[in-house]
Write a protein that binds this ligand. Structure first.
Ligand SMILES: Nc1ncnc2c1ncn2[C@@H]1O[C@H](COP(=O)(O)OP(=O)(O)OP(=O)(O)O)[C@@H](O)[C@H]1O
Ligand SMILES: [Mg+2]
Length: 308
């Protein structure tokens, strides 16, 4: 299957001389949710802005569904919807008008029925005649999505869709994004919330300092770097590890009240049963235990640290 977006050796040096992108190669599959994860200043917005034709690249190329973004700008741009970080629309305009106006910018014929469908899907139909300044923050964010969808794009970019949004609203946004994907739209979102990438993405790209450090299917990423920990809460505190437990990767924590056992879950055996038996024969009694899987956060932090 051909990728819907193909990015090759893309670089960007701003007029200030700052190199924001240093040779990025990336292909986006049709119908996937791709999350671009990276710290502040990594180059996420720069990358999106180039694909959407807002910023000019210094080198390399991008094609959108076979259309070069420079040579064939209009065709490429018409396939893309962009949800920017901030609302810059006239606060005195109504929801319906502002979304219809966006459609017009792409030279599409007015289609009130389509706009109404978009507003309905985004739970904004009750507010169609309200002015933007009469909406809550979360509703305004949904208006941005409606505007980005106004010209029926096949690819939707969301730049930090849930930055500064409360937890319940964030979950609503995720639901909205999932529904869009179900309707066949390819989604690319940027975020510095690791949880968001973990929750939403089919594939994750980690960007830092203008370089794409890694692109992986989320499941593979979690599996490959997945380390599991077993936390054993002890009945009596332990000051040192007895000799018969030296063969395990154990650390004493929490003033001796907790033993942390780290194991590779890709390994053939976790040795948990033998550990428990050895604990018992060493006279160490366990009050409670639970496991913790390494998260994308652990992976992200270790990658960015490695690079620094
Ligand atoms: N117009 C510009 N002129 C000069 N430098 C710029 C310009 N726009 C961005 N930069 C620089 O390029 C780098 C990448 O910026 P970019 O906005 O792409 O980062 P980001 O990953 O989107 O960060 P954030 O998570 O904060 O949104 C930053 O160091 C930024 O200062
Ligand atoms: Mg940004």
């Amino acid at each position: 299957m051909h990728p819907v977006i193909a990015i090759s050796s893309l670089s960007k040096r701003y007029d200030s001389g700052f190199e924001a992108l240093k040779g990025v190669d990336l292909e986006i599959d049709r119908g996937e949710i791709f999350a671009l994860l990276g710290p502040n200043g990594a180059g996420k917005t720069t990358l999106i802005s180039i694909i959407c034709g807002i910023v000019n690249p210094t080198g390399g190329s991008v094609s959108v569904d076979g259309h070069d973004i420079l040579a064939d700008y209009r065709a490429a741009r018409s396939l893309i919807g962009l949800v920017p970080q901030e609302l810059t629309t006239d606060q005195f305009e109504s929801v319906f008008d502002t979304v219809s106006f966006s459609r017009g910018l792409f030279g599409k014929k007015p289609d009130p029925a389509y706009i109404e469908k978009v507003l309905t899907d985004l739970s904004l139909i009750d507010k169609r005649d309200n002015k933007l300044r009469e909406l809550s923050g979360g509703m305004k964010r949904r208006v941005l999505i409606a505007k980005a969808l106004s010209h029926e794009p096949k690819i939707l970019f969301l730049d930090e869709p849930t930055a500064g949004v409360d937890v319940s609203l964030r979950k609503d946004m995720w639901e909205v994004i999932r529904k869009l994907r179900e309707s066949g739209v390819t989604i690319i979102l940027t975020t510095h919330y690791i949880e968001e990438a973990e929750e939403m993405a089919d594939r994750i790209g980690i960007i830092s300092g203008g370089r794409l450090l890694l692109v992986e299917r989320k499941a593979d990423l979690m599996r490959k770097l997945g380390i599991k920990q077993l936390r054993l809460e002890l009945r009596e505190p332990l000051s040192a590890l007895p000799a018969e437990l030296q063969g395990y990767d154990l650390t004493i924590e929490d003033d001796g009240k907790t033993l942390l056992y780290t194991f590779d879950r890709e390994g053939e055996r976790t040795r948990i049963t033998s550990l428990l038996a050895d604990l018992q024969s060493a006279g160490i009694r366990v009050r409670d235990l639970d496991t913790k899987q390494s998260t994308l956060e652990d992976i992200f932090v270790s990658l960015v640290k490695e690079q620094a």
